[in-house]
Design a protein around this ligand. Structure first.
Ligand code: HEC
Length: 126
């Protein structure tokens, strides 16, 4: 039992220590990363594609962009999108939100996520 607890704690600690380091990204590099999202997401208010608009996504509760039909899984996820929650989600969307209809495997490199977040902040992600 003890071993399991230690492993769990280590995993939680690793997560909470990596998230803040995502804060300093390069928006120009992030524009390149966003090309992977662009087929399905716009940064224009209310303009949905295959996925919801990401305008104002930071600070928004998951599954609440008006006029977009989300999966039950995303509506139930319920987190408020922040740099930390987006970083957790974008590593492995389909593992983090089981049943999401976002067909994207994830961003494996922490620097891609940091750069993407910098880009979103400068381009209407809020
Ligand atoms: C193949 C299409 C596709 C790609 C590529 C894609 N997404 Fe998505 N995304 C979706 C769909 C569809 C949803 C809605 C998921 C649901 O309802 O389960 C979504 C949902 C989201 C959400 C939740 C939005 C909300 O309003 O709660 C975020 C954040 C997001 N995507 C970010 C990204 C980012 C950042 C990228 C690029 C790294 C990306 N997505 C790439 C299709 C895609």
């Amino acid at each position: 039992m003890k071993l399991i607890n230690i492993t769990t704690l280590a995993a939680v600690a690793a997560l909470s220590f990596t998230a803040p380091s995502f804060a300093e990204g390069d928006a120009a590099e992030g524009a390149t990363v966003f090309k992977k999202c662009k087929a399905c997401h716009s940064l224009e208010v209310g303009k949905k594609k295959i996925g919801p608009s990401l305008a104002g996504v930071l600070g928004r509760t998951a599954g609440t962009s008006e006029g977009y039909k989300y999966s039950k899984a995303m509506k139930a996820y319920g987190v408020v999108w922040s740099e930390e929650t987006l970083a957790v989600y974008l590593v492995a969307p389909r593992k983090v939100v089981k049943g999401t209809k976002m067909g994207f495997p994830g961003l494996k490199k922490p620097e891609d996520i940091a750069n993407l977040l910098a880009y979103l902040k400068e381009n209407g992600g809020s």
